[in-house]
Design a protein around this ligand. Structure first.
Ligand SMILES: Cc1cc2nc3c(=O)[nH]c(=O)nc-3n(C[C@H](O)[C@H](O)[C@H](O)COP(=O)(O)OP(=O)(O)OC[C@H]3O[C@@H](n4cnc5c(N)ncnc54)[C@H](O)[C@@H]3O)c2cc1C
Length: 289
């Protein structure tokens, strides 16, 4: 049997997570959890509906970081001027996933906690150097998103912990792009997603984050490609070297209908497009795809 609780404060949520025994799951938008429970109903579980806890909602700027509550929906994130300004790759990702109906319910916290390799918000947040804020009765902690998934499909979330939210540095003049492709017959699944977040000055990269999702066992940054683009002067040769590096540095995997070779090729195509979208494309630098 599934027992559902609806705490109205963070303290109440923490207390329930600490006190209840057996399987405890937060219920946010329910777009993953309800589907999973339909496919494989749990014998016994406690679901804690987090939608009434005000501390988990909203987007704010705090000093030099932007904080996004875990129960913020994709729709609210995509429309937020703060997210559009300081995390443009995330605004694009949130605006492109699923359908408007799903975007109005599905939350960022549920997307990240689910640990699906193709969760679309993850590469966008990785490219932004996001931190995950976790809380429990024992206190709170913050961890780099890159360290939140110790193994594929696993998180460091403890049984009594909840994701409070995410924070990203509030960098001025940040540009971003997010691209994804998925199989037409399976809505919501990505074959590959790629996010770029960058600060440019006089035609060169000052800061750069590139992350890939869906096509590797867990979403990852591409540090060798980033270093190459940061170090070399921009031009056709640098672009060609960056594409080659991206395709060789990541462990692309095979999936039904999308071989590792196809995903590697697609990553190159998406990187070219993403760099063009943020203003690094030139006719001469971009050969045919
Ligand atoms: C038709 C359809 C289309 C979809 N399309 C896409 C798509 O294009 N891209 C994509 O990435 N995803 C897609 N999804 C998957 C899903 O919508 C997302 O993963 C969504 O972000 C999950 O959020 P939620 O609020 O619904 O999570 P829930 O279903 O409520 O929860 C998901 C998991 O996260 C945990 N959780 C939720 N909130 C917290 C928290 N604050 N702290 C700790 N754990 C928490 C839950 O316990 C559960 O394990 C789609 C789903 C459907 C049904």
């Amino acid at each position: 049997m599934i027992q559902v609780y609806r705490p109205e404060t963070l303290a109440e949520l923490f207390e329930l997570l600490a006190r209840l025994e057996g399987e405890r799951r937060c219920l946010a938008g329910g777009t993953d959890l309800l589907v999973q429970a339909q496919d494989a109903p749990p014998a016994a579980a406690s679901w804690l509906d987090v939608s009434a806890v005000p501390e988990l909602r909203g987007i704010s700027k705090e000093k030099d970081r932007v904080r996004i509550g875990s129960a913020t929906t994709f729709a609210d994130c995509a429309e937020s001027p703060l997210v559009q300004g300081y995390a443009p790759a995330l605004a694009q990702a949130c605006g492109r996933v699923a359908s408007p109906q799903v975007r109005n319910r599905a939350t960022l916290g549920g997307n990240i906690a689910g640990a699906a390799p193709d969760a679309d918000a993850v590469p966008a947040l990785l490219s932004l150097d996001a931190r995950v804020l976790l809380g429990s009765e024992r206190g709170s902690r913050s961890i780099a998103l890159g360290r939140f998934y110790p193994r594929p499909c696993r998180t460091v979330l403890r049984a009594d912990e909840v994701i409070l939210g995410f924070s990203v540095p509030a960098k001025k003049h940040l540009r971003g792009a997010f691209l994804r492709r998925g199989p037409r017959h399976v809505p919501g699944r990505s074959t590959l997603s790629l996010a770029v977040s960058a600060v440019l000055r006089e035609g060169a990269f000052i800061e750069l984050g590139i992350a890939v999702g869906a096509a590797t066992p867990r979403p990852v940054r591409a540090p060798l490609t980033e270093a190459l683009l940061l170090q070399r002067p921009w031009g056709a040769e640098t672009l060609a070297a960056a594409l080659e590096t991206l395709q060789s540095e990541l462990p692309f995997t095979d999936a039904p209908g999308a071989s590792a070779a196809y995903r590697s090729h697609l990553a190159g195509v998406f990187l070219k497009r993403a760099l063009a979208e943020i203003g690094m494309g030139t006719e001469s630098a971009f050969g045919p795809e």
